[in-house]
Ligand binder design. Structure first.
Ligand code: BGP
Length: 461
């Protein structure tokens, strides 16, 4: 049976500026927090490869766009580097950066590839982090200026914008769990960062709409369905609270303009509510997104807490639930993430039923694999596991679309193997293999499979 996607469905791939462009030596890019972290602490995780060493998309974008064209991409997402556009975070635009992004978006368009452009992918300029980053309300205004500048300079070419990628990640990893810069464990700061990010997103939406550029603006969220261990009310309650923190904390303000009262009550109970002005809350209420990007990698399995949490420990969402290690779950052993393709269908149904069936697309879905060179035969990586992964996810997505969910596209993570935040080049995700040493690209078996999929706008099951 052939699974066919709707006409005009956006198929392509995604990356982000820091993960593919290369270092600050490129035409005056200012440092972002990832450069700083590597300089300060070295690379703690997998060797000493920092964000300076990448597929050098800054230099190689024309070649990569030809490869995308060859595989039939009709769309592609990347991000703009804030510290490339504004090395200080604000002030004078770096003209070379503006020229680069214009040529990039033009090149994409000339090759029939629709650019989807994100403004912020974890990469706070160092100069603004020195002012407190997202903890500081002033940085929200600098972001608004940066967003306006991008719309103004590139809005004729770019008709699909995103304000943020996975904002919950910088909240959790940067301010609660301490493993993204600035590596804090500070619940009060985490709440204020979350709030300022939602506000910044709404302000960018407001600016964009006021400019009347006839495009769309959305936000990319890593929706992670939280499934309870059982139908026991305590397990279900735990899963509901996990959903509140993990998904609804950004989904509700972005799409509905409000915060769930239960979430607010929980945060208040722990004395963590930030100071907010009526005007800012009104900005969030009035400036909801036009469409949604969803990154999906894995679900959450959740159960009721086994032990009473220590009230003296810093507050974590996990105060209310435990992560349940479900026996028999399918794992990607390299990334430690469960593989659960049906999650994509559940997301599709949730958006349809609870978020006004807003237009949305899959902005990331992919499988990272360690040491992929061992799967090479006659020069090509035989990544059948990745093809299976995509087929299964697309099958569930297709079912969601058939049942009325308003999904307009699907982007894999990623096209050319890219640098990753915590594991550099350990896990490879690409449809195209990158030989870092000589910058050579070789299409993997999954790349050729994707080419067929795109040619046929679907595949045989
Ligand atoms: C998402 C990020 C991407 C990318 C991906 C894969 O959360 O938006 O930037 O990195 O995850 O994850 P990782 O690189 O950590 O394996």
């Amino acid at each position: 049976m052939k699974l066919e996607f709707p006409e005009g469905f956006y198929f392509g791939s995604a990356t982000s500026a820091t993960q593919c462009e290369g270092g600050e030596e490129n035409d005056g890019r200012g440092k972002n927090i990832w450069d700083l972290w590597y300089e300060e602490e070295g690379y703690k995780f997998h060797g000493a490869i920092g964000p300076g060493i990448t597929s050098a998309f800054y230099q190689n974008y024309k070649e990569d766009i030809q490869l995308m064209k060859q595989t039939g991409h009709n769309s592609f997402r990347t991000s703009i580097s804030w510290s490339r556009m504004f090395p200080e975070g604000f002030g004078e635009v770096n003209e070379k950066a503006a020229d680069y992004y214009r040529s990039l978006f033009l090149e994409l368009k000339e090759n029939g590839i629709e650019p989807f452009v994100n403004l912020y992918h974890f990469d706070m300029p160092v100069k603004l982090q020195e002012l407190g980053g997202w903890e500081n309300r002033k940085v929200v205004d600098y972001y608004k200026e940066y967003a306006w500048t991008c719309f103004n300079l590139f809005g004729d070419l770019v008709k699909h914008w995103f304000t943020f990628n996975e904002p919950i990640v910088h909240v959790e990893c940067g301010y609660l769990q301490g493993y993204h810069y600035p590596c804090k464990v500070d619940p009060k700061a985490a709440v204020s960062v979350a709030y300022h990010t939602a506000l910044a997103s709404a302000l960018a939406v407001k600016e964009y709409h006021s400019m009347k550029q006839e495009g769309k603006i959305g936000i990319v969220l890593n929706l992670t369905p939280a499934y309870p261990r059982s139908s026991h009310p305590e397990d279900e309650k735990a899963a509901k609270i996990a959903e509140l923190f993990q998904n609804k904390s950004f989904l509700d303000p972005a799409v509905k303009g409000i915060y769930d009262p239960e979430l607010v009550a929980l945060i208040e109970k722990h004395g963590l509510l930030p100071t907010v002005s009526k005007e800012d809350l009104e900005v969030i209420r009035q400036n909801t997104v036009d469409f949604l990007g969803v990154n999906y990698y894995h679900p959450f399995r959740v159960c009721a807490k086994a032990n009473i949490p220590n009230p003296a420990a810093p507050f974590m969402p996990e105060y209310y639930f435990d992560i349940y290690d479900m026996p028999g779950k399918r794992m990607n052993p390299y990334r430690g993430w469960e593989i659960y393709p049906r999650g994509l269908y559940d997301i599709a149904v949730n958006i349809r039923d609870n978020y006004g069936n807003i237009e949305w697309m899959v902005t990331e879905n992919g499988m990272g694999v360690e040491n992929e060179g061992r799967f090479k035969i006659e020069g090509m990586i035989q990544d059948d596991y990745r093809i299976e992964f995509y087929k299964e996810h697309l099958t569930w997505l297709h079912k969601g679309i058939e049942e009325g969910s308003n999904c307009i596209g699907y982007h894999v993570w990623t096209f050319v193997d890219c640098w990753s935040w915590l594991n550099a080049y350990k896990n490879r995700y690409g449809l195209v293999e990158l030989d870092l040493e000589n910058q050579k690209r070789t299409i993997k078996k999954s790349g050729y499979w994707y080419q067929e999929l795109l040619k046929n706008n679907g595949f045989e099951t």
